[in-house]
Design a protein around this ligand. Structure first.
Ligand SMILES: Nc1ncnc2c1ncn2[C@@H]1O[C@@H]2COP(=O)(O)O[C@H]2[C@H]1O
Length: 609
């Protein structure tokens, strides 16, 4: 509990700010102030409850069963209200994710304070209702909460270049309206950073005055560095990419502050910003930085390039536009056409992901390829190289995997996912663990190989642990929920249109005998009437696997881009790629108009609608 009686912490809370100072002082007498250090617990699951709390400043994690993060609670929100009102045991652990201060209210204090400030009850009920609503609708994977205070920490042997801090600050102001840089030198005279209460008060006042804060460390004041970073919601490690020695694969060593801080932040609150001096320098060796820095997102920027910093700012403030690309074989050319329309109109994507053919579109976007280049690669890969057109005996798969592998290696070379311009994820299905495998680093060709291994058609991929991996479309053909777990903010979800109900005229008993089927196959026939061929059955089955994505995306406010399928199009109709691309383009032009044009779409992205 705090003993310092001089300050007026309630003045910083919107709910109490409008009261007279005397009334606030009276209220404060009824409550207890509790301060928690980063990492300390407020309540533990299963404990008896005789009070609730109100967060004055800071942030707390709600953890079920000791480890599963179910929510992040920020300032101005109640905590511990469930057991308090329901008269049950605490439903979760609550732990401070940064240094935090709360008000504690026992039963009699709660009644007295409610009489003085009835809005407190309304505010608690509103939050209670929201939490209940998200629990009732089966909340999707929790996106990380947008940080108010971001700590910049030099990574490796580097110091933070002042222009880098300034560029990031300007981008945050441009994207989110506010940002203020704080360094040790800004501390008021006489304020000892080791005095946690005074520092906490001062930082809270800065947050209130300026909005978002960028805390700069590594300038020779270790007391400030440690104390200030404990008040941050997000740790952003900043290193110079091209410093990494090209001749070794070893991890870039952590310096003492980094090593200390990495243990104090959850991975989802750690970012890695890697800068290059010139755009001519290719991105390489990112893995040497990621090997010992478990960053949730990494950002590649060229110093002095405002567009790069604005992308980082959007990712940090919940305004980043994500794009998710679903599976669908040759129908994926429709994604490329839709992209052509949207990129031509001036849209920028900040983070991408996909599965199956959607993985290849996502990786091409992340590598900065134009839709024209994507289509050229599509036609070369599937038509000229016939990458999926060499057959194998029906033992491990119907397609010759060696030819597929060679074609993929030719397409992707040594490029790695973590070295692409944008954060990119690829989803495969791990049959050994019965779970989705989310790939965010490693060779692109391997990610593509796993993600495109349609069972039966292509032999599965076996990874270094001996796990068996196949096309992610089996579990989740439109992996939007993965995007929801990576970042907050809006997404475009590219998926196949369900089209009309699929009805087959050929009666089941008209299916020919196996000898006749063989005869039809050898003569290059199309099969019996319109009876579903293997590829069509797989494609439609994967579409069912898109349904859960539809529900999750609608709930999250994502926008769906669903190009129609051109007549006669099928999973392996690679020759119809160009027609499908054009259909995607035409559809997306109309779609953009329906959204109200680019400006309306950007307003939605920025939360201005
Ligand atoms: N799903 C949730 N969303 C937000 N907060 C929660 C959720 N579950 C539990 N909590 C908070 O964690 C607290 C744990 O103690 P209580 O059950 O008293 O009250 C709980 C809520 O304040």
């Amino acid at each position: 509990m705090l003993s310092d009686s001089n300050h007026d912490p309630l003045a910083l809370v919107p709910l109490f700010a409008s009261l007279q100072a005397d009334d606030r002082a009276l209220l404060l007498e009824q409550m207890q102030l509790v301060s928690l250090r980063k990492g300390e617990y407020l309540v533990r699951q299963g404990e008896e409850a005789d009070c609730l709390y109100y967060v004055l400043r800071g942030r707390l994690d709600v953890l079920r069963d000791g480890h599963q993060l179910v929510a992040e609670i920020g300032s101005g929100e109640p905590v511990g209200e469930i057991a308090f009102f329901a008269d049950t045991l605490r439903t979760a652990d609550v732990m401070a994710s940064r240094d935090s201060q709360l008000l504690r209210l026992g039963r009699s204090e709660f009644e007295q304070v409610s009489a003085l400030q009835p809005q407190l009850v309304q505010s608690i009920l509103r939050t209670f209702g929201r939490r209940l609503a998200s629990a009732t609708t089966g909340a999707p994977v929790l996106p990380p909460r947008v940080p108010d205070t971001i700590g910049l920490c030099p990574a490796g042997a580097d110091t933070l270049p002042p222009d880098l801090v300034q560029d990031l600050c300007s981008a945050l102001i441009a994207q989110a309206g506010s940002c203020h840089v704080l360094e040790a030198g800004h501390l008021p005279e006489g304020l000892d950073p080791d005095n946690e209460y005074l520092l906490s008060d001062w930082l809270a006042a800065q947050e209130k005055a300026h909005g978002r804060l960028l805390i700069v460390t590594g300038q020779g004041n270790p007391h400030w560095d440690k104390a200030a970073l404990r008040h941050c919601d997000q740790l952003l490690l900043c290193g110079q990419l091209d410093r990494a020695d090209e001749h070794t694969d070893a991890a870039v060593p952590l310096h003492a502050l980094e090593a200390d801080m990495l243990g104090r932040f959850r991975n989802r609150h750690i970012g890695l910003l890697l800068w290059r001096a010139h755009s001519g320098q290719a991105i390489a060796h990112t893995r040497r930085w990621l090997a010992n820095r478990p960053a949730h997102l990494h950002h590649h920027v060229v110093r002095g390039n405002p567009a790069h910093f604005q992308r980082v700012a959007r990712l940090l403030t919940g305004r980043a536009l994500g794009a998710v690309f679903g599976g669908g074989g040759a129908l994926g050319a429709g994604h490329i056409g839709a992209l052509r329309a949207l990129l031509n109109a001036g849209l920028e994507l900040d983070i991408v992901g996909g599965t199956s053919i959607g993985s290849s579109v996502a990786m091409a976007c992340a590598a900065g390829e134009t839709p024209q280049q994507m289509m050229e690669a599509f036609n070369y890969f599937f038509l000229d190289k016939k990458a999926f057109g060499h057959y194998a005996p029906p033992l491990y798969g119907l397609i010759d995997q060696r030819h597929v592998d060679a074609s993929l290696r030719e397409r992707y070379g040594d490029t790695r996912l973590e070295d692409l311009d944008l954060n990119c994820y690829v989803v495969a299905a791990n049959l050994s663990t019965n779970q989705s495998e989310i790939l965010r680093s490693g060779p692109c060709w391997e990610a593509m190989r796993m993600s495109a291994s349609i069972p039966v058609a292509l032999a599965p991929w076996i990874n270094r642990n001996g796990d068996v991996l196949v096309d992610g479309g089996l579990i989740d053909n439109v992996p939007a929920s993965v995007m929801h777990g990576i970042k907050p903010g809006p997404n475009l979800v590219f998926m196949l249109s369900p089209g009309e109900r699929w009805q087959v005229k050929t009666a089941y008993d008209q299916l020919p005998s196996r000898l006749r089927q063989l005869w039809q196959l050898l003569r290059g026939g199309k099969g019996q009437g319109d009876f579903p061929r293997i590829g069509q059955t797989v494609a439609r089955s994967m579409q069912i696997a898109s349904n859960s994505a539809l529900v999750a995306s609608r709930r999250s406010g994502d926008r769906l881009v669903q190009p129609p399928t051109v007549p006669g199009m099928a999973l392996t109709a690679w020759k119809m790629g160009n027609a499908q691309e054009q259909a995607g383009y035409d559809y997306a032009c109309r779609w953009l108009e329906q959204q109200g044009g680019l400006d309306a779409l950007l307003a939605w992205r920025d939360g201005r609608h």
